[in-house]
Design a protein around this ligand. Structure first.
Ligand SMILES: NC(=O)c1ccc[n+]([C@@H]2O[C@H](COP(=O)([O-])OP(=O)(O)OC[C@H]3O[C@@H](n4cnc5c(N)ncnc54)[C@H](OP(=O)(O)O)[C@@H]3O)[C@@H](O)[C@H]2O)c1
Length: 209
């Protein structure tokens, strides 16, 4: 599978480092040409190529938007996302991190679906702090979960499977509108991690006995 990661910041680089060790072809795309991130990651033993955003998306089966929600309008103009599975990892928080910038009656994921006609949008990974990608994707001796929501059953299943390939436990979280609940969960994760001082080694999980 061809995977494009748009954004080479904390999450983009973290995802590139773990996905670049799978059998998939991974391209990092950013506002320059993704080369700095790709070179750094290749030096760390992963296989990641580099491209501008449009070039990364054109051949991709799956596009991961590892960018702030506010970048949506500009990114939507840089490539044609029709026919792509687009993974939205965002937590759409205000600049001062005091609240969600969208939510409750819609979600970033649903806004992304509306802005990218023909794309199949999947909400995932928004409750996984970036530092987990460098530290083995476990917390408290257990795998970290990611809650995966989409209106497309096949895309949801494919992303759960992809999560498993990088040692995350994908949890079926139902339709895309459930992003209205997953994004507040991401906000609470940020609140616990930063405002309550618990740090970014935490992760929310649903377990049964
Ligand atoms: N950090 C976490 O632990 C965490 C956890 C879960 C979810 N998330 C979500 O993951 C996403 C990325 O977070 P991050 O921490 O990786 O942020 P980050 O380190 O600031 O990186 C953001 C990336 O997005 C790019 N970008 C910003 N605006 C853009 C635009 N208009 N067009 C194209 N590229 C643009 C930046 O490129 P430049 O370098 O050119 O500015 C950079 O590569 C956010 O939606 C966040 O809510 C983050």
């Amino acid at each position: 599978m061809q995977i494009a990661i748009i954004g080479t910041g904390n999450i983009g680089s973290g995802l590139a480092s773990v996905l670049g060790r799978t059998a998939h072809d991974v391209t990092a795309g950013d506002r320059s040409d993704g080369r700095t991130a790709a070179e750094k990651l290749t030096g760390e033993g992963t296989r990641v190529s580099a491209a501008k955003i449009g070039g990364a998306v054109v051949d991709a089966d799956v596009v991961i938007l590892a960018t702030p929600f506010g970048a949506l309008k500009s990114i939507a103009q840089k490539a044609d996302f029709a026919g792509k599975t687009v993974i939205d990892v965002s937590n759409p928080v205000t600049e001062d991190f005091s609240a969600l910038s969208v939510g409750h009656t819609t979600s970033a994921a649903e806004e992304i679906a509306a802005a990218l006609p023909g794309a199949v949008v999947v909400k995932a990974l928004n409750t996984v702090f970036a530092e987990h990608y460098a530290s083995g994707l476990g917390a408290g001796g257990q795998p970290i979960q990611t809650f995966v929501a989409s209106d497309d059953d096949a895309a949801r299943a494919a992303v759960i499977c992809l999560a498993g390939e990088i040692r995350l436990e994908g949890v079926d979280a139902g339709p895309l509108s459930n992003a209205r609940y997953l994004e507040p969960l991401g906000f609470m994760n940020i609140t616990f991690g930063y405002m309550s001082g618990r740090g970014t080694g935490i992760a929310p999980v649903w377990r049964s006995n």
